[in-house]
Design a protein around this ligand. Structure first.
Ligand SMILES: Nc1nc2c(ncn2[C@@H]2O[C@H](COP(=O)(O)OP(=O)(O)OP(=O)(O)O)[C@@H](O)[C@H]2O)c(=O)[nH]1
Ligand SMILES: [Mg+2]
Length: 498
């Protein structure tokens, strides 16, 4: 056996040309000498000359007709590091570089037959694969369609959380994240922080908590923080309203956020990404500001833009599911992702209620955006402007729809499913293929709806199943309104407590 180096083109030659240019290194692509050989060959015959002439004329017309500017493509240089700095798997830059520098390698056996030893063949195959991996990522998307048993099938979930002026709910949100029992190593989390007020520290706090979470130390930090807060604010001064909440609810909260936790509570997530981008939201984030009927359409469309932007930037081919979650959820079963997957729908939402002080009824249906379409609402839509957005729960829009929220029975079967048309955004589990196929959160009026409700309608219109669990409940935080605070103060005064 002998190793020789040869310049002749050969079937055993590795698929990297050595003629002074590197396919792998774009910095050399501009100085391509591969033209020289075909030119010499072709110029020997009139057909060759004609061929070259036609090519030249074609190039000229392209340059002068494409955008009228006549500007030609400008090449630029990427440093090696930048070029390889993406998610290409298994690339050993040094191994690839040896082909860049021009070596060709042939192996001849004793009998003059070209062959590779087992070891050489393995190296050859691995390096060829590496070359492909440096420019091509291959996914069989049929493997990422999402099944009802995602955890057992090791399906990756992209968890998306929009945030605005949300610093004070972050500890609660992170505790709910850690409470999730879907394998953390299969969850990529992506936050979008937008349009926060001046002085708000959502982004800074989010970074700090995320680092601690990925370090496995967040639960310690939060416990410490709570202890310090309790000392600084003795009970009763800040959270007066808690005295008026149902004891049963408060017990559930205590149970959810105190040990024993599930065994992987502190386990880091597969990844956490934080995006910051403003969308020009000017409507206040206070309870009364964001609920005025006149602002709903504008607010919802901007949220639609924000959600679409986040999906486009965070979704990877290997994700089978996308789970949207609001930060201001207080109580949520840790198994929510598996439970929603088990519904076996393309889009699945739970019911969302909120607790209230006793004097206001103790609890209330909260998210009215999950509903079944009605003939009355369709008639109403016909009389509206094309651009009008119907919002639920306002006297201005009597839709008479069946709302998921209102058919809840606290003792009902939590696995019972109601097919829906519109969905609310507090907690949406959707198969990732919907987004790949173009379903999104309309930032314009779609069938007189916008954002999540229009998302539900669009998904259904594109042939996907949309469903909700009427008896499976997530609890939104209670934020006392100005009126509630006044009422609490009056009760306290009357009872002589203050
Ligand atoms: N990125 C981004 N996040 C937002 C914006 N507005 C609200 N959020 C976040 O989106 C989630 C839902 O916000 P909410 O203000 O509760 O809005 P909502 O759920 O539509 O309204 P409610 O039903 O009143 O709770 C929370 O996690 C907010 O922090 C925004 O303009 N941009
Ligand atoms: Mg909310």
């Amino acid at each position: 056996m002998a190793f020789i180096f040869n310049k002749k083109q050969h079937k055993l030659e590795l698929p990297i040309s050595s003629r002074g240019h590197a396919k792998l290194s774009p910095k050399k692509k501009g100085a391509n000498s591969a033209w020289s050989l075909p030119l010499k060959l072709k110029l020997r015959s009139p057909v060759g000359i004609l061929f070259i002439l036609c090519g030249f004329l074609y190039l000229l017309t392209r340059v002068f007709t494409e955008d009228g500017s006549g500007a030609s493509y400008k090449s630029f240089t990427l440093e090696d590091k930048e070029y390889y700095d993406y998610e290409f798997k298994d690339v050993d830059v040094e191994a690839i570089r040896k082909y860049d520098s021009g070596a060709e390698h042939y192996l001849i056996t004793k009998g003059g037959v070209e062959a590779l030893s087992e070891a050489d063949k393995a190296t050859y195959d691995r390096e060829v694969q590496m070359l492909l991996d440096s420019t091509v990522e291959e996914y069989d998307l049929s493997k990422y369609e999402g099944t009802s048993h995602g955890a057992e099938n090791k399906e990756h979930v992209l968890m998306l959380i929009p945030l605005r002026n949300a610093e004070n709910v972050l500890p609660l949100m992170f505790k709910n994240l850690m409470n999730l029992t879907y394998p953390h190593e299969l969850i990529d989390v992506a936050f979008l922080v937008s349009d926060c007020s001046e002085g708000d520290n959502t982004l800074g706090a989010l970074m700090e908590y995320s680092k601690e979470l990925q370090n496995g130390t967040l639960s310690l930090l939060l416990a410490d923080q709570e202890e310090r807060n309790d000392k600084a604010n003795p009970k009763g001064s800040q959270d007066l309203f808690l005295k008026y909440m149902k004891q049963e609810y408060l017990d559930k909260v205590r149970e959810a956020f105190n040990p024993p936790f599930h065994e992987n509570y502190d386990k880091p997530f597969r990844s956490i990404q934080i995006f910051q981008k403003d969308f020009g939201q000017i409507i206040g984030q206070g309870f009364s500001d964001r609920h005025a009927v006149t602002v709903q359409g504008i607010r919802r469309k901007l949220m639609g833009r924000a959600r679409n932007w986040l999906t486009a930037n965070a979704l990877k081919p290997y994700h089978s599911w996308v789970y949207w979650r609001d930060a201001d959820v207080e109580l949520c079963p840790g198994s929510v992702i598996q439970d929603l997957m088990a519904m076996d729908y393309d889009v699945a939402v739970p019911n969302v209620w909120r607790p209230l002080p006793d004097f206001l009824g103790g609890e209330q249906a909260y998210d009215l955006n999950s509903w079944v379409e009605s003939t009355e609402a369709l008639k109403l839509a016909k009389n509206l402007d094309e651009d009008d957005v119907i919002v639920e729960g306002y006297a201005e829009y009597p839709t008479y729809r069946v709302h998921l929220a209102y058919i809840r029975n606290p003792n009902g079967d939590p696995t019972e499913v109601l097919p829906l048309d519109g969905v609310g955004g507090v907690s949406i589990l959707a198969k990732a293929k919907l987004f790949r196929n173009g379903v999104h959160f309309p930032a314009f009026t779609f069938e007189n709806h916008a954002e999540t409700e229009a998302f539900g309608k669009m998904a259904k219109k594109m042939g996907y199943s949309v469903g909700g669990f009427p008896h499976y409940t997530l609890w939104h935080i209670y934020e006392p309104s100005d009126d509630d605070i006044k009422q609490i103060a009056a009760i306290e005064r009357d009872s002589g407590r203050v």
